[in-house]
Design a protein around this ligand. Structure first.
Ligand code: S3P
Length: 437
């Protein structure tokens, strides 16, 4: 699939009141915890994207009865901590790093062997970051060369609780350790070098599992038990981010995004855009299932370049592709440092974004751990998303400011996190055509 976004400076920008699809991180966790819980859990607002559907299919393949999704509603008949069954074949997790890394922790404590595999992009991503701590706990996980997938988990091991100091800021690694910790005897603690998303900690509590958090350490005590819960999944701030940037950079924009998750471990994108001069207001704040949500209004604004504070990087880690587009439209220079994790996402997001921005005439230079971008004109041209959903959507928004048309190759994977993106963006005023080829 390919996108063609018509350039030529829109006058009305993005308009309307919309709700973007459900949060991907929370959707994954709702299936995992609902499956391991005792009783029936009802999920609403579930993301019907390929990544979270891969998690859902994995649990169905392990014998969990799951109904839906229908209009974002899923019913999970939990089987308890030890009720999963050995799947008949390897679990194919497609493009989803979250599925693979969290499942590695959760399956390390089962009585059966299981293999986790993924698509070409996932097969290149580092898994030593989870297999290292898991082997310290006594788990047995074999990998392909260099710690890459597929992962072969050998079941029936006794897991030991432990305290782990994570070498990188990663919610997936933290969650993997905590989930394995639920199967170990005693207290497992994970300390992170910088704040990362805490959906696992919050949702485990909602499922009745005691998780203690103090400063940068989260602990769980095993053997743990989960009790069914109902989860209302908020709209994904990472998907909302495309519209926040689009509305900021396009003259005349005024858009409202409904029921967006504003967990403080995820709101770096709002803080960064505000530092750049964006006009963003949050209102109707409420709490659903332990997660704060709000409606967000964004109007167009004149953005200025900044040095993005490194402390905000992990809080906006998935939003950098579109933040680079914001930087290209800002006046002056934007410098991103401390973002080397971007190199091991669904694509090398530093290189792929720098290549694409340069193809559109932007003065952007990749550095080892970030990028230096001098704002200016964006021309038309052809860019490659390298099968990375967030790269494709980021460049689609660049069309709101480009002087010519932008052709974006390899857009199929937008379906992993944001089914219906092009259609929704079009209703708000983006001139986007989808070519199925
Ligand atoms: C996620 C954590 C982040 C993020 C990913 C989802 C999660 O990854 O990039 O999209 O749901 O825990 P890292 O933990 O590798 O930073």
């Amino acid at each position: 699939m390919k996108y063609i976004v018509q350039g030529g400076l829109s006058e009305t920008g993005l308009q309307g009141t919309i709700r973007v699809p459900g949060d991907k991180s929370i959707s994954h966790r709702s299936i995992m915890f609902g499956s391991l819980a005792e009783g029936t859990s009802h999920i609403s607002g579930f993301l019907e994207g390929e990544d979270s559907l891969n998690t859902l299919r994995a649990f169905q393949a392990m014998g969990v009865e799951i109904e839906g999704p229908t209009d974002g509603k899923v019913t999970i008949h939990g089987v308890g901590m030890f009720g999963l069954k050995a799947p008949e074949k390897a679990l194919d997790l497609g493009n989803s790093g979250t599925s693979m890394r969290l499942l590695a922790g959760l399956l390390a404590g089962q009585k059966f062997d299981v293999e986790l595999s993924g698509d070409t992009s996932l097969s290149k991503r580092p898994m030593k970051r989870v297999t290292d701590p898991l082997s310290k706990m006594g788990a047995r996980v074999d990998t392909a060369e260099d710690g890459k997938p597929p992962l072969k988990i050998i079941g029936n091991q006794t897991l030991n609780s432990f305290s782990y100091q994570m070498p990188m800021a990663s919610a997936q690694v933290k969650s993997c350790c905590l989930l394995a910790g639920m199967y170990a005897q005693g207290k497992t603690c994970v300390t992170e070098p910088a704040v990362t998303r805490d959906h696992t900690e919050r949702m485990l509590k909602a499922f009745g599992c005691e998780v203690t958090v103090s400063d940068s350490t989260a602990c769980v005590t095993g053997p743990a038990k989960l009790i069914a819960a109902d989860i209302d999944v908020p709209a994904d701030i990472s998907s909302a981010a495309f519209f926040m940037v689009g509305a900021s950079i396009a003259d005349g924009s005024d858009i409202v995004l409904l029921h967006v998750g504003i967990n403080p471990t995820r709101t770096g994108v709002i803080d960064i855009l505000k530092l750049m001069g964006a006009d963003i207001t949050t209102f109707n704040q409420q709490e659903v299932g332990g997660e704060p949500v709000a409606d967000i209004r964004i109007k167009s604004a004149k953005l200025k370049g900044i040095h993005i504070p490194e402390g905000l990087v992990p809080l906006a880690i998935d939003e950098f592709p579109v933040l680079f587009v914001a930087a290209a439209c800002a006046e002056g220079q934007t410098v991103v440092t401390g973002a080397e994790e971007l190199r091991v996402k669904e694509s090398d997001r530093i290189q792929v974004m720098a290549d694409g921005l340069q193809a559109l005439g932007v003065d952007a230079r990749a550095t080892e751990d970030g990028m230096i971008i001098n704002g200016g004109e964006i021309s038309g041209g052809t860019v490659h998303s390298q099968d990375d959903h967030r790269i494709a959507m980021a460049f689609a928004m660049a069309g709101l400011r480009s002087t010519g048309d932008i052709h974006i190759e390899d857009c199929d994977n937008v379906n992993t996190s944001f089914p219906g993106f092009a259609e929704l963006a079009a209703t708000c005023g983006l001139s986007i055509k989808v070519l199925n080829e």
